[in-house]
Design a protein around this ligand. Structure first.
Ligand code: GEK
Length: 243
C-alpha cells in the first residue's frame, strides 16, 4: 500500500493548529509513527506474539485506536486458536478507511471488523486480549479510569490488556533527559528542529501523558492482578495488565 513521507511540519506555520488524525496524517502515518516512536516495530511484533499466546478459542481481541491496523495485522499473523475475532476501533474516518484496505490486502482466517466510533461507545465482551497501542494518551484524563474499568469488565479471567504509552517522568531532570534522548532519536530519523518543535506545539493540548505510577495505580484499581512493564525506551513504554 502506498505510504508517503511525513513532511507535515517541515515548513514554518504562522498558526499551529491542534494535531488531528485527519486525511493528511493518515496518508503518512506509517512513516510518522516509525520515525517518532522508538521501538514501534518491535512493540507491534511483540503484541502479535502475545496475541498468539493469549487470544483464546472463540473469544474476541480488541484493537482500540487501531489507526491503520498494524496491531490487528500482527495479531492475525500469530493467532492460532479457532473461532477468534478481531475488532478494531478508531474514531478517525480517514484512518478507518485505510485500515480496512490494509486488512483486505492480506489473506487471513481470522475475521477482522473495523468500527469507526469513539472507543468509549464500544461494547467490550468475551475478550481474551485488548490492546491500546499509544491511544489512551489521546483520551480525556478524566475518562481514563472508566475506560480501563470497562476493558477489565469485558476481559475473561486470565485475559490481558496491552497498554503502550508515552510517559512523563516524575522529576524534572529525569523528564528532560528522556525528552532530549527522544528528540535526538527524531533528529537521527531525519526530522528537523522546526519539525520537532512545531509538532510539539501541535500535540501539546491533544496528548496529555501520565507517569508510570499513575498508569499502574489505575490498572490496579480497575482490578488487574498484575502489571508488567515489558518494554521501555526513553519516554515510551508498554505494559501488560493481567486480569
Ligand atoms: C498502531 N494503535 O499503529 N476513540 C477511538 N480512537 C481514537 C480516539 C477515541 N476516542 N481518540 C484517538 N483515537 C496504532 C497507533 S495512534 C498513536 C495509535 C499515535 C485514535 C486516533 O484516531 C489514532 O488513530 C489513534 O487513536 C492513536 O499501533 O499517533 O501516536
Amino acid at each position: 500500500m502506498h505510504s508517503s513521507k511525513d513532511e507535515i511540519y517541515s515548513h514554518p506555520q504562522a498558526h499551529i493548529a491542534d494535531f488531528k488524525f485527519d486525511q493528511s496524517v493518515a496518508e503518512v502515518f506509517p512513516d510518522m509513527i516509525q520515525r517518532s516512536v522508538p521501538g514501534y516495530n518491535t512493540i507491534v511484533d511483540a503484541i502479535g506474539q502475545m496475541a498468539g499466546k493469549y487470544v483464546a478459542e472463540n473469544t474476541n481481541m480488541y484493537d482500540l485506536g487501531c489507526s491503520l491496523g498494524a496491531v490487528s495485522l500482527a495479531a492475525r499473523r500469530y493467532i492460532q486458536s479457532p473461532g477468534t475475532r478481531i475488532i478494531g476501533v478508531d474514531n478517525s474516518e480517514a484512518m478507518v478507511e485505510r485500515c480496512r484496505l490494509h486488512l483486505q490486502a492480506f489473506k487471513s482466517d481470522v475475521p477482522c471488523e473495523v468500527i469507526c466510533d469513539d472507543l468509549q461507545n464500544i461494547d467490550i465482551n468475551n475478550a481474551s486480549m485488548a490492546v491500546m497501542n499509544f491511544t489512551l494518551q489521546f483520551l480525556e484524563p478524566q475518562d481514563r479510569q472508566q475506560i480501563i474499568n470497562r476493558i477489565w469488565s469485558g476481559l475473561n479471567p486470565g485475559g490481558v490488556l496491552v497498554l503502550s504509552e508515552k510517559l512523563s517522568h516524575p522529576t524534572e531532570q529525569g523528564n528532560e533527559l528522556l525528552i532530549d534522548l527522544h528528540h535526538e532519536f527524531k533528529r537521527r530519523n531525519g526530522y528537523s528542529e522546526l519539525e520537532i518543535s512545531q509538532k510539539r506545539t501541535a500535540i501539546e493540548n491533544v496528548m496529555r501523558i501520565d507517569n508510570f505510577a499513575t498508569h499502574e495505580q489505575r490498572l490496579k484499581s480497575a482490578g488487574f492482578q498484575d502489571v508488567v512493564l515489558w518494554f521501555k525506551c526513553y519516554n515510551f513504554a508498554s505494559l501488560v495488565a493481567i486480569k
